[in-house]
Write a protein that binds this ligand. Structure first.
Ligand SMILES: NC(=O)c1ccc[n+]([C@@H]2O[C@H](COP(=O)([O-])OP(=O)(O)OC[C@H]3O[C@@H](n4cnc5c(N)ncnc54)[C@H](O)[C@@H]3O)[C@@H](O)[C@H]2O)c1
Length: 346
């Protein structure tokens, strides 16, 4: 087991800074190398975070000093790199969503399993302190029967965002508010309330006529546990409001806005509850107003957890199997909106 884990980065665009900073903050991690189809981006990345710029994904995956490959390419181009990394015996952190189809997700999962390497999906918001408190309360049964799990994501992205890279305006490449932006918050609802059995969704494009995508999605979620949920997700609302997650049970309610716990109330008040009500800062940005307007602390926690998973021989906190369930739900959301009927989630 190495004292310091070497990282190889594939894809040096917007999200790579969050990984670069997270790795840079950890004493037992360092960047070994990076690649991008756009060589200037790889060069700029290693200029900031160290290591060497390489020409291909194959060179990154086969590098002797790389233990973990971080796949940070657009949504429909994850599997090829994940599988290549696994074939070289490297552990993998892949950005969300794991891929654009369940079939590709299953292929990359199988490749990692066959190679005996760990695969984590970068659903870093699960590490948010308020979410961890909600999750612990669910597991401790404090909500009693869960009745509702809702996510309100009223964000803003200008048309320039959609036109900044070709893939950002192509649904087959993984663009669209549901799969690209709301994926984290749909994931939180599943993380907290369990799998969704049926979804009914409505999608529209409110303010971005230049792109052929939904910028707004409303979905009704029927959770297998009996709870109902609403997902209201948009990039149309200027200037953008912090994400709001609400969880209600027969015995309690928790509401997070941005990173802050704004309501935390249970029939069985406990000593720790006072501290939980203080979680989060109003100043923390959570991407409501811009694609890079959020902190890297949660990416750092996800990366540190991966190192722990490798050391301890356990699964990472965010497994690909759990990310797959969110993907299945997101795909069913599109299917429902296209067909105009409720759809069962496989
Ligand atoms: N976890 C989060 O909060 C978060 C935030 C933003 C983006 N993301 C995810 O990160 C991924 C990348 O998003 P982004 O916003 O950084 O996109 P981006 O377009 O800014 O960057 C992607 C980079 O990958 C490069 N690339 C594409 N195909 C490649 C290949 N085959 N080999 C090498 N390089 C290749 C592109 O040249 C580009 O520089 C997406 O899956 C996205 O959903 C996650």
């Amino acid at each position: 087991m190495p004292d310091v884990f070497g990282f190889g980065i594939i894809g040096c665009g917007l999200v790579s800074d969050f990984h670069g900073r997270g790795i840079g903050d950890l004493e037992n991690a360092r960047v070994i190398c990076a690649t991008d189809m756009n060589a200037e981006r790889a060069q700029a990345f290693v200029g900031k975070y160290g290591g060497e710029a390489l020409a291909t994904s194959e060179e990154v995956c086969s590098h002797a000093d790389v233990h973990i490959v971080s796949v940070l390419t657009p949504n429909a181009h994850h599997a090829e790199h994940v599988i290549r990394a696994a074939e070289h015996g490297k552990h993998v952190i892949v950005e969300k969503p794991p891929e654009m189809t369940l079939e590709k997700t299953d292929r990359m999962t199988a490749a990692c399993r066959a190679a005996g390497v760990r695969l984590a999906v970068s659903l870093q918001v699960r590490f948010r302190t308020a979410i961890r408190a909600m999750k612990a309360a669910v597991e401790a049964g404090r909500f009693g029967r869960l009745l509702a799990a809702d996510a309100y994501m009223k964000w803003h992205r200008p048309t320039a965002y959609y036109l900044s890279d070709a893939w950002r305006s192509r649904r087959d490449e993984g663009a669209g508010v549901t799969i690209q932006h709301a994926f984290h918050y749909l994931d939180l609802l599943l993380h907290l309330a369990g799998p969704v059995s049926h979804v009914q969704a409505w999608m529209t494009n409110l303010i971005h006529p230049e792109v052929d995508l939904e910028d707004t999605c409303t979905a009704k979620l029927d959770f297998a546990c009996g709870a109902q949920g609403f997902l209201r997700a948009t990039t149309a609302m200027y200037p953008g409001t912090d994400i709001r997650i609400e969880l209600n049970g027969e015995n309690g309610t928790a509401v997070m806005v941005g990173e802050r716990m704004v309501q935390w109330q249970f029939r069985d008040e406990r000593p720790e509850d006072e501290g939980i009500r203080e979680i989060g800062s109003e100043a923390a940005q959570t991407a409501a107003t811009g694609a890079a307007a959020f902190g890297y602390a949660e990416h750092k926690l996800l990366i540190a957890d991966m190192l722990g998973a490798i050391r301890e021989g356990r699964d990472p906190y965010v497994t690909v199997e759990s990310g797959r369930q969110t993907l299945a739900t997101a795909l069913a959301t599109y299917e429902s909106a296209d067909a105009g009927v409720p759809v069962a989630v496989p």
